[in-house]
Write a protein that binds this ligand. Structure first.
Ligand code: URP
Ligand code: ZN
Ligand code: ZN
Length: 480
C-alpha cells in the first residue's frame, strides 16, 4: 500500500559532506527532494497538487541523519556449541531502536558443506523476521575447488564481500595459501575480502599453556589473544593483499599494533586497506577481565578488549582516516546459560558480546560531543563509508534524491543511561551497562515507512528486505 508523501521540515540535515537546516520530501520509499526550502521551489505547499495528501513531520531541534549501516553483525549464529541469542527479529529491532536501518550479517559456511547451503540458511533465518534491510557477507571456512566454483555465482547474486578467519583454528580458520587464492579470485570477480586478523597458532599454544597451568579464568582469554598476535596477522593479511594487488578490509581492529600495519600499507606502500573498529574497542578496556569471579566472561570476544592507550590510537585512526567504519560485531550470548559454558575453562566461553543497539548513541556521546570526531565524520563512519565500501551506495548511506528514504531523526539533547533493563536486544546483560549517553534516535523511517516513531517501534517482523550489493571496484575513489 502506498503511503502519503512525507515532508520532513525544520531539522538539521547532516550527511557525510553536508550540514544545513533543511527539508526532505519522501515518497515511494525514496527521497524525492532535499533542500533548504522546498516550498520556495514549488515542490510542496499548502495544496500539494500532484503529490496528493502530505504528512508533515516536525523535525525542529532534531538532527536528520541517513540511516545507520552496521557492516558486521552475527544474528542467529551457531558458534562454539550454542547460538547467538538474537535472531533476525530481536536483533534488527534492537538495531532499529539505535538508528541502524541496514546490517550486513555473516553467512558462515560449515566446513564440509557448500556456500550455497550457508546462503540458503541465512536467507531462511532473515526472511519474514528482519525489521530493517539486510545483506550478507559470505564467510569461507573451507576453501576447495568446489567452494571456489561457487563464488562467481555468489558475487553475481550480490554477495560481493568474502570473509576469512585467521583465528578459530580447527573451526572457521583457513590457512594463508587459501586466503591468498581467495584474494586472487576476489580480484578477478570484483569482490572484497574481509579478514579477522589474529595469529591462530600463537593463540592455540598460549591457550593450552594456560589451561595446563590450571589458569581457567576469563582473563586468560585476553592473555592468549595478544595485541602482538593481532598486529602480526594484520601485517600478514596485508602482505598477501599487496602481493595479490587487491585491497582488503580488516574487521574489528582493536589495537595500535594492528593499526600500525594498516597505516604502513596506506602511507609507505600506497596499498589500499580498509579497516573497521567497534565501540567496545574504543570505550572498554582489558581491566574488565579482572573483575572478580566469572564476570569478565561478559566481554570475552575475539580479539579481546585492549588498553586505554590502544583506545586513544583508535580514536586518532578514525579522525585521521586510517579507520573508515564503525561496526558492532554484535554477537550476543547470555551470561547465564551460554557464557557459563566456560565456567571451568575460558576456552569454552562463547566469543562475542551485544552492541547492535548502542553504536550511534555511544559514538555521538563519546566521539562527537567529546570533539574527537566531527558530525560529518560520524555519518561517514556509521553509514556512508560502510555503504560505499560494501556496494550499497547511494541506495543506502546518504540523503539524496533517489536514495532509499532510510532516515533517522536524532535528538542531540536526549539523556540516557545504557542498561539491560531497557535494552531491546535478547541478551541478559549489556556490555555498556551504566554508560551515560547524550543523543538518541527518536524516530526512524525505513524506505519511507515509519519504523520507529517517538521511540515506539512500529516496524513489523518481515518488512526488512534483502539488499543485493554492487561489485567491489578497486579503482573507485578511496573512501577515507
Ligand atoms: O568474539 C567475536 N568477535 N565473536 C564473533 C565472531 C567474530 O570473530 O567476529
Ligand atoms: Zn571476528
Ligand atoms: Zn564478527
Amino acid at each position: 500500500m502506498q503511503t502519503k508523501v512525507k515532508w520532513i521540515r525544520g531539522g538539521r540535515i547532516i550527511t557525510a559532506t553536508e550540514d544545513f537546516q533543511g527539508e526532505i520530501l519522501v515518497g515511494n520509499g525514496q527521497i524525492l527532494a532535499i533542500g533548504s526550502d522546498l516550498q520556495a521551489l514549488g515542490l510542496v505547499g499548502r495544496s500539494s497538487g500532484a503529490l496528493g495528501d502530505v504528512e508533515e513531520i516536525d523535525a525542529r531541534g532534531l538532527y536528520v541523519f541517513p540511516g545507520g549501516v552496521d557492516p558486521h553483525t552475527h544474528l542467529d549464529l551457531p558458534f562454539m556449541g550454542t547460538s547467538s541469542s538474537d535472531d533476525f527479529e530481536t536483533g534488527t529491532i534492537a538495531a532499529l531502536s539505535g538508528g541502524t536501518t541496514s546490517i550486513i550479517d555473516f553467512a558462515i559456511q560449515t566446513q564440509g558443506h557448500s556456500l550455497g547451503e550457508a546462503l540458503n540458511q541465512w536467507h531462511e533465518k532473515a526472511l519474514g523476521k528482519a525489521t530493517i534491510d539486510y545483506a550478507f557477507h559470505m564467510a569461507i571456512t573451507d576453501l576447495n575447488e568446489k567452494t571456489q566454483a561457487e563464488i562467481p555465482g555468489l558475487v553475481q547474486g550480490g554477495i560481493t564481500s568474502l570473509k576469512c578467519f585467521m583465528a578459530y583454528k580447527g573451526a572457521l580458520m583457513i590457512d594463508d595459501g587459501q586466503l591468498f587464492k581467495l584474494m586472487l579470485q576476489a580480484k578477478q570477480l570484483g569482490a572484497l575480502v574481509t579478514l579477522h586478523c589474529e595469529n591462530a597458532e600463537l593463540i592455540e599454544v598460549l591457550v593450552q599453556k594456560y589451561l595446563s597451568e590450571g589458569k581457567t579464568a576469563p582473563v586468560y582469554h585476553e592473555l592468549s589473544h595478544t595485541a602482538i598476535g593481532e598486529g602480526e596477522a594484520t601485517h600478514r593479511a596485508i602482505a598477501l593483499s599487496r602481493v595479490a594487488g587487491h585491497p582488503a578490509y580488516v574487521v574489528h581492529l582493536t589495537c595500535d599494533e594492528a593499526l600500525h600495519a594498516v597505516k604502513d600499507s596506506l602511507t609507505r606502500h600506497q596499498h589500499p586497506v580498509y579497516s573497521e573498529t567497534c565501540p567496545q574497542y574504543l570505550l572498554l578496556d582489558r581491566k574488565l577481565y579482572e573483575k572478580p569471579g566469572f564476570e569478565g566472561a561478559k566481554w570475552v570476544m575475539s580479539p579481546p578488549l585492549r588498553t586505554e592507550r590502544d583506545q586513544e590510537a583508535l580514536w586518532a585512526g578514525l579522525r585521521d582516516g586510517f579507520i573508515q567504519t564503525i561496526a558492532t560485531d554484535h554477537c550476543p550470548f547470555n551470561y547465564s546459560g551460554q557464557k557459563d559454558r566456560g565456567m571451568d575453562s575460558f576456552a569454552k566461553i562463547p566469543n562475542g558480546a551485544p552492541g547492535i543497539e548502542n553504536r550511534l548513541n555511544l559514538l555521538f556521546t563519546y566521539g562527537v560531543l567529546k570533539n574527537r570526531i566531527s558530525l560529518n565524520r560520524f555519518v561517514q563512519l556509521t553509514s556512508t563509508n560502510p555503504a560505499k565500501i560494501f556496494g550499497m551506495y547511494p541506495k543506502k548511506g546518504t540523503l539524496a534524491p533517489g536514495s532509499d528514504a532510510d532516515i533517522v531523526l536524532f535528538d542531540p539533547t536526549r539523556l540516557s543511561t545504557i542498561s539491560v533493563a531497557h535494552s531491546k536486544h535478547r541478551c541478559d546483560y549489556s556490555a555498556f551497562e551504566g554508560f551515560k549517553t547524550q543523543g538518541e534516535a527518536v524516530s526512524v523511517l525505513v524506505r519511507g515507512e515509519w519504523a520507529m516513531k517517538d521511540r515506539k517501534i512500529l516496524a513489523t517482523r518481515g518488512v526488512g528486505q534483502y539488499i543485493p550489493r554492487q561489485r567491489f571496484n578497486a579503482h573507485q575513489q578511496w573512501v577515507r
